[in-house]
Design a protein around this ligand. Structure first.
Ligand code: PGA
Length: 238
C-alpha cells in the first residue's frame, strides 16, 4: 500500500487522471470500477479535460460502478447512474451499453458479469467517515460479493445532504462486496477532508480491522494507492 499526500483534492484528481490515461493508452479495453460521492468529482473533471487534451478515447472502455441505492431508477437525480451520466459519462465517447450498475435484478450475477468482462483493472474508491468502502458498512464479511445491504444511520445522515429530507434517503443499497473490491488489479482510494481523518488513521494501522472495512485493503499486497489531502492526513504521525 502506498500513501500519497497532496495539498488539494484537485491535485489528487489530476494525478490519478494522468495515471488512468497512461494505462488506457497502453490498453484501450480497460475495465474501470467507479465510485460516486463528492470525493471522486475532481478526478472526473480532470479525466474529462485531460482526455480531451490528449485525445484519449473511451470507446472500448467498460465501467462497473461500486453501488446503487435500492428503489431509485436512472431517471432519479439521486441515483448513482444519474450522477455518473452527469459528472462523467456524457462528456466522453463511451459506447451507450458500456456502463454497469448493481441492481436488485443483477445482484447475484454482478460478480460474474465483472469476471466475464475480464475483471476490474482500476478501481476508484472513496471512504466513509465510518470506514466503509462502497456500501460495505462496518463488520461486513470479508468474503462478501455484491449484495443488498442496510445503510447505517451515520451513512444515511451524511448522504442526506444530497436529498431534500433525511427521510428521502433510501435505507438500502446494492453494493459490490469486499471480496469483489479486493479482486481489482489496481486500487486508488481517495480521502479528502478532516471528517475522513479518523477512518484513515484506523485504516493505516496496517492490519485488517472488521469495524473499518477500508482496512481490508491491507490484505492486498500490491497496487493499492491511498491519496489523501492534508486534512484527511491530519491524524497521521509523519
Ligand atoms: P463522499 O462519500 O465522497 O461523498 O464523502 C464517500 C463514501 O461515503 O464512500
Amino acid at each position: 500500500m502506498k500513501v500519497i499526500i497532496k495539498k488539494t483534492k484537485e491535485e489528487i484528481g489530476e494525478e490519478i487522471a494522468k495515471e488512468i490515461l497512461k494505462d488506457i493508452k497502453e490498453n484501450d479495453h480497460l475495465i474501470l470500477g467507479l465510485a460516486t460521492g463528492s470525493t471522486p468529482l475532481p478526478l472526473y473533471k480532470s479525466l474529462i479535460t485531460q482526455s480531451k487534451e490528449e485525445e484519449v478515447s473511451f470507446k472500448n472502455i467498460k465501467t462497473f460502478n461500486l453501488d446503487e441505492y435500492c428503489g431509485l431508477d436512472a431517471t432519479n437525480d439521486q441515483s448513482y447512474r444519474y450522477f455518473m451520466n452527469e459528472n462523467l459519462f456524457k462528456y466522453l465517447d463511451f459506447e451507450p451499453n458500456s456502463h454497469h450498475f448493481p441492481s436488485t435484478e443483477n445482484c447475484s450475477k454482478y460478480d460474474d458479469l465483472i469476471e466475464e468482462a475480464g475483471g476490474i483493472d482500476i478501481q476508484i474508491l472513496g471512504i466513509g467517515e465510518n470506514g466503509h468502502i462502497a456500501f460495505n458498512e462496518p463488520n461486513t464479511s470479508l468474503d462478501s460479493k455484491t449484495h443488498i445491504t442496510s445503510l447505517t444511520q451515520n451513512t444515511i445522515k451524511n448522504n442526506s445532504r444530497f436529498f431534500a429530507n433525511v427521510e428521502d434517503v433510501p435505507t438500502k443499497a446494492i453494493t459490490m462486496g469486499l471480496s469483489t473490491i479486493l479482486k481489482a488489479r489496481k486500487i486508488y482510494l481517495i480521502a479528502t477532508g478532516k471528517n475522513k481523518a479518523e477512518a484513515i488513521k484506523t485504516m493505516l494501522e496496517g492490519k485488517y480491522i472488521p469495524s473499518c472495512p477500508a482496512s481490508a485493503l491491507n490484505l492486498k499486497e500490491n497496487d493499492v494507492y491511498i491519496y489523501l489531502d492534508e486534512d484527511a492526513a491530519t491524524l497521521l504521525k509523519e
